[in-house]
Design a binder for this molecule. Structure first.
Ligand code: TNX
Length: 528
């Protein structure tokens, strides 16, 4: 008891000293300086003009961290300064002296990131606490720092998506890839084809009869705007030609059938009207998402295209275009859709299967997901495609993060995705044939599939704290990255999680951090 009182008195006499070393993701250049800066009761913020639009959002966000912030005409506690010399749009300089924090950037993105660093420091120190003086010059390792969320298998909803975007922004992640359609549910309103949501939105992986759940176009616009204010680009995915059951049950005339296990899994590549239907859908999608990119999936078509062998339209297509097998049919389909997307002035993103379809290099980006097929990545890079790395191991967050966990996925070898391996990604080599530093790698992304995730709480448990490790893997250069150091900074980040009411896996105390049950009691395994 006595020691506790002493400790308390000690803490009261020496308020917490916070160092810039506590930022996640860790800054790429950091110099400790003499002296400290005290955090005032009201954090004032000023700008010489250029960045004034960032201030209202900062004031609001600060409030969520229990920090009272206020705009001030000049000489704020935080001063935002435009500096044209910082030409990487995401770069910033942050200087902490004994009476002021200055943030310099050449672009709003960089200034925003400087503010996220400042926010972490101020909230970690707390009012009355102090921050040690330092100089930071920071910019990301990768331009693409992404997270994908599948809302088809289980619909999660706007509130959780916004909270996810908040946590992404705080940790400088900048791409939200939204998997809005798959066999279990179509989640985006398309005005021209209302049945996609009224019928296709019904059900989820746990309950095929669950009432329709989807985002209206107004809700999509709200999320896109919310993300934009946080410098996050939202990339929609409309999966084709497979993973399409929710659409083909709404409009059976476009179904290319399926297999016994996966009926009506595909669109019909043998009918012209299918291309019109899908292009019309994508037209509406492009009006909602300002992103340059549209993701069209293209994965796992062989899971359910067996009926292509017997459908007359497809047999005819094969004859007319001299397509020798179903893989060539698939490639024909992808090329045709890629043309449509080019006409919409957008760039295609596809899963790594699309590498074999020889889509135009200049208008296609490949997401490498099959970690067991490094040659597919090698092939993509050797052909000259830009790539985003999201290999299942270790970047699929539906895979478990601790050996004791039962409800997530595991690879057939038993491999899973603990926080350490997320943090260490991409390491020093993907495959002997590809240099880790090729400029064709745009960045990295974690993917959250939701077959084994059905509630916001479970979603959070699977995302956190791996999201923090992802952010540092994507932002911080190998030369400054160290897991032990990250580990100690995670104390503060976990306090932020707690203050935000986020459920997370306390990887350092697994016994006191029980797994949140998945939708099904049986352990999920991926077999291919
Ligand atoms: C593979 S990744 C899929 C998804 C599943 C995921 C589960 C990809 C392109 N396809 O449809 O949800 O595995 O881990």
């Amino acid at each position: 008891m006595q020691t506790r009182i002493f400790l308390l008195l000690f803490l009261m006499c020496f308020p917490y000293l916070c160092s810039a070393q506590e930022i996640i993701p860790f800054p790429n250049h950091y110099e400790q300086k003499e002296g400290t800066l005290n955090v005032p009761k009201v954090v004032t913020i000023s700008t010489n003009g250029e960045f004034s639009s960032l201030i209202p959002e900062f004031v609001k966000t600060a409030k969520r961290f229990s920090i009272q912030a206020k705009e001030k005409g000049e000489n704020g506690f935080i001063q935002l300064i435009w500096n044209a010399a910082l030409y990487n749009p995401e770069e910033y300089r942050l200087n902490i002296s004994s009476n002021v924090i200055t943030i310099e950037a050449g672009c709003a993105n960089g200034c925003f990131y400087g503010l996220q660093s400042a926010l972490q420091l101020i909230s970690n120190a707390g009012v009355g606490g102090s921050i040690s003086c330092a100089f930071i010059q920071d910019k990301p390792r990768y331009g693409w720092r992404g997270l994908m969320l599948d809302e088809s298998r289980h619909f999660i909803g706007m509130k959780e998506v916004k909270s996810l975007l908040d946590m992404m922004a705080l940790q400088k992640l900048n791409r939200f890839h939204w998997h809005l359609t798959d066999s279990q549910g179509w989640r985006i309103e398309i005005k021209q084809y209302p049945l996609l949501t009224t019928i296709g939105g019904i059900g989820n992986l746990t309950d095929p009869n669950a009432p329709a759940k989807y985002y209206t176009q107004a809700e999509i616009a709200e999320i896109v705007e919310y993300a934009k204010q946080r410098f996050i680009e939202v990339i929609p995915e409309i999966d084709m030609p497979g993973h399409a059951t929710s659409a083909t049950k709404s409009y059976p005339e476009f179904s290319g059938g399926g297999s016994e296990r996966l009926p009506d899994f595909t669109f019909n590549p043998g009918k012209d009207v299918t291309y019109t239907f899908l292009t019309n859908i994508l037209k509406e999608v492009t009006t909602l998402f300002p992103s340059q990119y549209i993701h069209i999936g293209g994965d796992e078509v062989h899971f359910g295209n067996q009926q292509w062998n017997i459908l007359p339209d497809i047999q005819q297509l094969m004859k007319t275009h001299e397509l020798k097998n179903l893989v060539e049919v698939e490639h024909y389909f992808l090329n045709r859709m890629s043309d449509s997307i080019k006409n919409l002035n957008k760039t295609v993103i596809g899963w790594d299967e699309v590498v074999n379809a020889d889509l135009p290099i200049s208008n296609t980006i490949v997401m490498w997901w099959r970690h067991e097929k490094p040659n597919q990545l090698e092939k993509a890079i050797n052909k000259g495609y830009q790539v985003i790395l999201c290999p299942r191991i270790p970047l699929y967050f539906d895979f478990i993060q601790h050996a004791s966990h039962k409800y997530g996925r595991k690879w057939s070898s038993g491999a899973y995705a603990p926080i350490e391996s997320v943090y260490e990604f991409p390491g020093t080599e993907f495959t002997s044939g590809v240099s880790i530093s090729t400029p064709l790698v745009m960045g990295i992304q974690a993917d959250l599939w939701t077959e084994v995730i059905h509630t916001p709480e479970r979603l959070q448990f699977m995302i956190y704290p791996r999201l923090s490790a992802l952010s540092e893997a994507a932002w911080t250069d190998d030369r400054v990255k160290k897991f032990e150091n990250f580990n100690s900074r995670m104390d503060r980040m976990m306090t932020i999680y707690k203050n935000f009411g986020i459920t997370f896996f306390d990887y350092r105390n697994p016994d006191s951090s029980p797994e949140i049950d998945g939708p099904s009691k049986k352990t999920q395994k991926t077999v291919e």
